[in-house]
Design a protein around this ligand. Structure first.
Ligand code: PLP
Length: 402
């Protein structure tokens, strides 16, 4: 609806699946004078971050922090461990898996892609079957997304590890946790992951522009023989400088102040409580979508995402037009749709620094937008979400089992 109002009142509902809303505490933590990045105060800050971030990935090994978006950490994972022409196994869970695969091709790797219809996560049995056929053990890495941001499907990382072991395969295991880290349980060490790729702008509640590689001993050993060219991404230079609290180049100091606050906030809430909150908000969102009579894109509940719910639009209704109307009228943004699903769905992000009331507000805006856009649906989605949230607080165990 055309409007001549140039100011929008109130806070924006940022329901894209990241960047997620920035907590005021993190903003304040970043609002400090620039310090000397070769001085003692910086070294203290860097060491606090480098130690603290391990507790988020659940690893005792080093985590490399890059001044780069998640795409950079994808590249770092590949170029530090692999050599030109190496075969890598990837799973086509959606748009982001496809982008990582295209990157692998551009780097001179030979990705093999297990296809899906983009409506499920990575199936451990399919990974096992593919690896069993590789008798010569030529596949050097298995790369999966823990959470496929473009579809709202979560993959069972611990199960995929077991599948690789059952196949008796020695490939490195690389996992992208950009839209799952600090929102749902993740255990780099316990789950036997060799490189975990993470990003700042989602569960860590930071602005975009920082990303991570958590590494195993096996990955560090592979790095010694890897032949792909690397300079900025080199783990070796980073690890050497990190030991003394510095970086090989001018680091993003303000982001590190923010990261330090983010790690504190996650532990103050308690990681398990953070995960329970995300699970509750995700289930409440799915209940709203079902009550509206709309379809959740993820077609198998075992792959439901704790951070994103993608909603299929009914035939004849354009998701982009709906998103535009919702933005103009109710000041809410959703994630867009990609590739073969362009215009056919929209994604509700429910991750980061959000609580029950905030989510209910966003779902109310969504229900109003559906009505205003004339999208066929039933009323009562917000009520269903509220009922679930109340029951989850009254009896968390029962709600989790439902
Ligand atoms: N992987 C996943 C799962 C993502 O969601 C994204 C971005 O949203 C990326 C990789 C790429 O990260 P970035 O856009 O920070 O480069």
């Amino acid at each position: 609806m055309a409007s001549n109002i140039s100011r929008t009142a109130g806070r924006h509902f940022l329901q894209i699946p990241g960047p997620s809303p920035l907590p005021d505490r993190i903003l304040r933590a970043m609002d400090t004078p620039i310090i000397d990045h070769r001085g003692p105060e910086f070294a203290k800050l860097a060491k606090r971050c480098l130690e603290g971030i391990k507790t988020i990935f659940k690893t005792t090994n080093p985590v490399i922090i890059y001044t780069a978006t998640g795409t950079g950490a994808w590249e770092a994972a590949l170029v530090n461990t692999l050599s030109p022409g190496d075969r890598v196994l990837m799973v086509e869970t959606g748009q982001f898996a496809t982008l990582w695969k295209k990157m692998a091709e551009k780097l001179g790797l030979k990705p093999e892609f297990i296809a899906t219809d983009w409506r499920i996560g990575a199936d451990p049995a399919a990974v096992e079957e593919h690896l069993r056929k590789d008798k010569a053990r030529e596949i050097k890495a298995v790369c999966v997304l823990h959470n496929e941001t473009s579809t709202g499907c979560l993959s069972p990382v611990a199960e995929i590890r077991k599948a690789i072991d059952r196949a008796g395969h020695s490939a490195l295991f690389m996992v992208d946790t950009i839209s799952s880290l600090a929102s749902t349980d993740y255990r780099h060490d316990e789950w036997g992951v060799d490189v975990t790729v993470g990003g700042a702008q989602k569960g860590l509640m930071l602005p975009p522009g920082m990303s991570f590689n958590a590494v195993s001993d096996k990955a560090l050993a592979a790095a010694k023989n890897s032949k792909l060219p690397k300079s900025f991404w080199s783990w070796e230079d980073m690890l050497n400088m990190n030991k003394i609290g510095f970086f090989p180049y001018t680091p993003a100091t303000q982001m590190l102040h923010g990261l330090s606050a983010s790690i504190d906030m996650l532990h103050e809430e308690g990681l398990d409580n953070v995960f329970a909150r995300h699970a509750r908000l995700a289930e409440a969102t799915r209940r709203a979508v079902r009550a509206w009579g709309l379809e959740i894109m993820c077609r198998d509940p075992k792959y439901y995402s704790p951070t994103i719910t993608a909603v299929m639009m009914p035939e004849g209704h354009d998701a982009d037009a709906f998103r535009n109307l919702a933005l103009e009228t109710f000041n809410i943004s959703y994630g867009m749709s990609f590739a073969k699903f362009a215009g056919k769905m929209f994604r509700i992000g429910h991750l980061g620094d959000i609580n029950d009331g905030y989510l209910v507000g966003a779902l109310a805006a969504t229900e109003m937008a559906l009505a205003l856009a004339g999208v066929p649906h039933k009323k009562g989605g917000v009520q269903a979400a509220m009922d679930y949230i109340v029951s989850a607080h009254a009896s968390p165990a029962r709600a989790a089992a439902e």
